[in-house]
Design a protein around this ligand. Structure first.
Ligand code: FES
Length: 319
C-alpha cells in the first residue's frame, strides 16, 4: 500500500442532503504534499477500507485539502463512515496521486461533471483560470437542491465559464449538440460522474478522438467496449524486464498480488481498476485490460496490474 499521513478534519460542511464537504489540514500543522488538478487521495475509512476522493480545492493551496463525499445508498460503508466524521477527527490518508490530469498540450478544455463528479473538475477549473486557459465547465445535477458546490460555482472568478443543466425544471443542455459544436483539434474533454452520465457523454462525443477524452469513474461498472474484458482467466506469465524475473499468474491470482507476495515494491489502492495507482508500463505481450481508468491511447503502453490479465502467454512489464 502507499505511504500514509495523518490529517485533521478542520471543517465539515453540508453541500446537499447527500453531500458533505471536508476540509483537511496537516495534523502537525504546516504544509501538505503538493497536488495537481485532477488528483485524488486515498482515505482510510476504518473497517470500510480505503476509498478514493478527488481534491477539489485550488491545486496551489498547500495548507489544506478539500474533498466532497456523497453518501451512497448502496454504500459498502465508506461514505457512511465519512459522513459520521466530525470536525477535529483524525484521518489517515495517502499522498495525492493524479491519473486524471489536464493535458498540457490541449488548447481548450471542456469539463463535464455530474453530481459529486464535479469535484476533480473544480480543481481543474481553478488551475485553468489561473493560467488564463480557455475552458468551459458543464455542471449536471438532478435539481437545484442536488447542486453541490453551488455557492462556489456562483462566486468563483470563473463563474461565467459555468453552464448548468438540471434534470427537472431548470436549464437544460443538449449535450450531443454542445459536444459536436465544441469538437476541435487540441480540445480535450474531461468527464466525471455516475455511469449513466459517462455513457451519455461518450455516446454524445463520437467525433472526439479517444486520446482527447479523459474520464474518471466512481466505481467498477463500465460498458463492455471499454473494459475489453474477455472473461478468460487462463494462466499466463509476467516477465519483469528490468529485474529479469518471471512469475506465473494463476487463474485466481492478480499480477499485483503475485508481485507483492514475491516482495516486489508494487503500490495498489482500490484494487478494482478504478484509481490508477497500480498502472504500469508494459513492453511486450497483449494485456486483457479490465480497468476503468485508462483510455484507449493509454492502453497501448500501460496496464493496471491489480486487475488486468493477458491475452498472450507472456506479458512483459517495465519493472
Ligand atoms: Fe486502483 Fe489498480 S489499484 S487501479
Amino acid at each position: 500500500m502507499a505511504s500514509t499521513l495523518t490529517v485533521r478534519v478542520a471543517d465539515v460542511a453540508i453541500e446537499t442532503d447527500e453531500i458533505r464537504r471536508f476540509e483537511l489540514v496537516a495534523e502537525a500543522g504546516g504544509e501538505l504534499p503538493a497536488f495537481e488538478a485532477g488528483a485524488h487521495i486515498d482515505v482510510h475509512a476504518g473497517e470500510a477500507g480505503v476509498r478514493q476522493y478527488s481534491l477539489c480545492n485550488a491545486p496551489w493551496e498547500r495548507e489544506r485539502y478539500v474533498i466532497g463525499v456523497k453518501r451512497e445508498a448502496q454504500s459498502r460503508g465508506g461514505s457512511a463512515w465519512m459522513h459520521a466524521l466530525e470536525s477535529g477527527a483524525s484521518l489517515t490518508i495517502g499522498a495525492p496521486r493524479n491519473h486524471f490530469a489536464l493535458d498540457p498540450l490541449a488548447r481548450r478544455h471542456v469539463l463535464l461533471g455530474a453530481g459529486i463528479g464535479l469535484t476533480p473538475l473544480l480543481s481543474m477549473a481553478e488551475a485553468l483560470w489561473r493560467r488564463d486557459a480557455e475552458f468551459v465547465l458543464y455542471a449536471f445535477a438532478r435539481s437545484a437542491a442536488h447542486r453541490a458546490f453551488a455557492a462556489r460555482l456562483r462566486e468563483a472568478p470563473w463563474s461565467s465559464r459555468v453552464r448548468y443543466h438540471l434534470d427537472d425544471t431548470g436549464p437544460r443542455i443538449d449535450l450531443a449538440a454542445e459536444l459536436k459544436a465544441l469538437a476541435a483539434p487540441d480540445t480535450h474533454l474531461y468527464m466525471c460522474g455516475p455511469q449513466g452520465f459517462m455513457d451519455a457523454v461518450r455516446e454524445g462525443a463520437p467525433q472526439w478522438p479517444e486520446a482527447a477524452l479523459h474520464f474518471e469513474y466512481f466505481a467498477p461498472v463500465v460498458p463492455a467496449e471499454h473494459t475489453g474484458d474477455t472473461g478468460d482467466d487462463r494462466p499466463f506469465e509476467v516477465e519483469l524486464a528490468r529485474r529479469g524475473e518471471t512469475f506465473r499468474i494463476g487463474p485466481d491470482d492478480t499480477i499485483a498480488q503475485v508481485l507483492i507476495d514475491a516482495g516486489i515494491d508494487v503500490v495498489t489502492s482500490c484494487e478494482q481498476g478504478v484509481c490508477g495507482t497500480c498502472v504500469t508500463d508494459y513492453l511486450a505481450g497483449e494485456p486483457d485490460h479490465r480497468d476503468f481508468c485508462l483510455n484507449k491511447k493509454e492502453r497501448e503502453s500501460k496496464v493496471a496490474i491489480c486487475c488486468a490479465r493477458a491475452k498472450t502467454d507472456r506479458l512483459v512489464l517495465d519493472l
